[in-house]
Design a protein around this ligand. Structure first.
Ligand code: NCD
Length: 309
């Protein structure tokens, strides 16, 4: 297997063998996270900084818990408490933090390409993309692949139907790239206003009617409307109409009742998904969260040159 890259900026930084290795490395971390004492000392002496310029519940806290469970020193910086508020540039903030010699900096930022920019302009630290604008979210997709692999054994040949605001979703984009590496196929379902132009060139099948896409899906992956990235309010007539056309309700779910239901969170119940479906036994939403900690333990360990437990 090729050595792991210094940074994790895009899912395409990893080969299929490396993705499978991260999934394998995650398994003992899943066990550790279920032990009474949830602590190992493998990352003792390593420093992780979470640098978050956008809101986050899952990604930030799972990197924090992941680092702490392995005994790393973890600090969290959010834009509201950083010198960005005093006019400092992203480059200066990044270089300042890198000068404190952390092993890993996990970055979430509203601008696409910001993590690549920091990786280019800092030395001696690994940058992890915790979500950059509408561009990529590789650690979420690795978490999803762990969830799907543990449910199915393999993702190869499976059909994943991604529904909602594809245009502004970094999760959807990373899945479209991962599908080519891992050999699964992606269907996308959205109104035309929430699809990027020429999306079919990314190798997916495009649907505008939810019912047409759902039959034959192995996984239905629901997305939130990224209101913070919508430039106008006219991408769809109203929340009610959006829900009627693109919400996952029980009647639609019954068209593919063996499918797994995934959502990266945060869910907007009653908009893209009804509560009965979100709470259904096929829903993997909380498994995704649990697996997210184990996968981030595997990612942090690997970037620090450590392998499995
Ligand atoms: C996603 C994100 O931030 O891109 N959430 C996450 O990291 N779990 C999806 C979203 O915000 O809708």
């Amino acid at each position: 297997m090729k050595p792991f890259p210094q940074h994790l900026l895009s899912i395409t930084d990893l080969t299929r063998a490396q993705i499978n290795a991260l999934i394998d490395f995650s398994q003992p971390f899943l066990d550790l996270s279920r032990d009474d004492i949830r602590k190992a000392s493998t990352m003792r002496g390593k420093t992780v900084i979470n640098l978050f310029f956008e809101n986050s519940t899952r990604t930030r806290s799972s990197f924090e818990i992941a680092g702490k469970r392995l005994s790393a020193d973890v600090i969290n910086i959010s834009a509201s408490m950083s010198a960005v508020q005093k006019g400092e540039t992203l480059m200066d903030t990044g270089q300042t933090l890198a000068a404190m010699r952390p092993h890993v900096v996990v970055v979430r930022h509203g601008d696409s390409g910001s993590c690549h920019f920091l990786a280019k302009h800092t030395q001696g630290t690994s940058i992890v993309n915790g979500g950059d604008g509408a561009h990529e979210h590789p650690t979420q997709v690795l978490t999803d692949l762990l969830t799907l692999k543990n449910a199915w054994g393999d993702v190869k040949g499976k059909v994943i139907t991604i529904v909602g605001d594809i245009k502004h979703s970094r999760v959807a984009r990373s899945h479209l790239l991962a599908a080519k590496i891992m050999g699964y196929s992606v269907r996308v379902v959205a109104p035309k206003t929430l699809l990027p132009l020429h999306i079919e060139k990314m190798g997916c099948d495009v649907f505008h009617r939810f019912e047409d896409a759902i039959v034959g899906s192995d996984c239905i992956y629901m997305l939130r409307i990224q209101n913070e990235r919508l430039k106008t309010n006219c991408s769809f007539p109203s929340i009610r109409e959006y829900h009627e056309a693109y919400g996952l309700n029980m009647a639609r779910f019954k068209l593919a009742s063996d499918a797994l239901i995934l959502h990266p969170g945060p869910m907007n119940r009653g908009v893209e998904i009804t509560s009965d479906v979100a709470n259904h036994a096929q829903s993997q939403v909380l498994n995704q969260v649990e697996n997210g900690v184990a996968m981030r333990m595997a990612i942090l360990s690997t970037l620090c040159g450590l392998e499995a437990l």
